[in-house]
Design a protein. Structure first.
Ligand code: XIL
Length: 339
């Protein structure tokens, strides 16, 4: 039947997913599922710095080009992810950034020159800065920072203005781009998330107030059943973002189960579906007109491969709308109802 993309479109929502070139290349069932379900694509790896510029001055656009070519053949638009991030840095990059401000500005400019020129006209929308907010001290997630911004090689090289610099450089290179700042850990009803929401809103107010080019905020939405979700605080947060004139996107939806996930598969899937529906209904109600999941199928979810998020007893997360055999799960139905 109709995919999530067409269902969402009837409610003026664009639904899409992260994909990887290697799965497109090797798995016809994967290609079919993506073509059926998605109205927007984002490269899960291929446009990250380590993929695009593995050695200084040597750009490898082949994997990204494979995604762009397939997307063109299917007439599905592609968004970009991610230009400035503390992860997926090639080995040479932190060392270069440590050489000082001028050097850091130089490598950033050179990277944006090539990335934005290469994808010009094909990618209209980029995550320019990914995950700039520090996790609050004492939180159960790593990387607290000294201040509201995360301690990264970019912050150390350029200070807090690195966010603004990256956004301005992106706008200069392509004034037609929709510039997005993407963040995680701001969705749920925990003290840490509340503090991250405050930090992110303070950053956004500052940027918008000073006329820094920024169009949208991406809410990653790597949700966890172990954490409570309540619509009210999240809806209030979205309203504040939108009152700044910024659009809201859900960029990386997936759902981690608890370590005490029930043995019963139907029960597990029902819990995941319920959370997906509650969250998405709130996000869509709150003005998110673009929703992407971080993969479509449990077969290739990063939740299955990341040791840090693995479930005990060899059980694998079922946090995406399709199971490992591409069958639609209750999460798929929950998402369809939420659009
Ligand atoms: C993850 C990918 O899913 C993995 O395959 C990769 O090895 C590491 O990055 N936030 C982001 C994404 O912005 O880029 C991350 O993607 C998941 C968390």
């Amino acid at each position: 039947g109709a995919g999530l993309g067409s269902l969402a479109r009837t409610h003026s929502v664009v639904f899409g997913t992260a994909i990887q070139a290697r799965y497109l290349e090797q798995d016809a069932a994967y290609r079919d599922a993506v073509a059926t379900e998605a109205s927007l694509l984002v490269p899960e790896w291929e446009a990250k710095w380590a993929a695009l510029q593995p050695e200084e001055g040597r750009f490898d656009t082949a994997p990204l080009d494979a995604i762009l070519a397939w997307a063109r053949s299917q007439r599905i638009p592609v968004r970009g992810h991610a230009l400035v991030w503390h992860n997926a840095m090639p080995d040479w990059l932190p060392a270069a950034l440590a050489e000082g401000r001028q050097r850091a500005l130089g490598v950033l400019a050179a990277h944006l020159d090539v990335a934005l020129h290469h994808a010009r006209g094909q990618i209209r929308d980029w995550d320019v800065v990914n995950e700039p907010i520090a996790n609050p001290p004492g939180s159960d997630v790593p990387d607290p920072g000294p201040g509201p911004l995360r301690d990264t090689p970019w912050l150390r090289a350029l200070g807090p203005s690195y966010v603004e610099t990256a956004l301005r450089m992106a706008r200069e290179r392509d004034p037609t781009l929709r510039l997005t700042l993407n963040e995680y850990g701001v969705e749920e009803d925990t003290p840490d998330a509340a503090e991250k929401r405050r930090r992110l809103l303070a950053l956004l107010r500052d940027l918008v107030g000073r006329g820094v080019p920024l169009d949208a905020v991406g809410i990653q939405a790597h949700l966890q059943l172990a954490r409570p979700f309540r619509p009210e605080p999240f809806a209030g947060f979205l309203a504040q973002i939108r009152s700044l004139g910024l659009a809201v996107l859900v960029t990386e939806l997936d759902i981690r189960e608890t370590h005490a996930a029930p043995q019963d598969l139907a029960r597990r899937d029902a819990l995941v579906a319920e959370r997906a529906e509650a969250f998405l209904a709130c996000a869509v109600q709150g003005g998110a007109r673009t929703v992407l999941s971080w993969g479509l199928t449990d077969r290739y979810s990063w939740l299955a491969t990341e040791p840090a998020v693995a479930l005990p007893n060899g059980r694998v997360h079922r946090g995406l709308p399709l199971d490992a055999d591409y069958h639609r799960k209750p999460m798929w139905n929950g998402m369809a109802r939420a659009f």
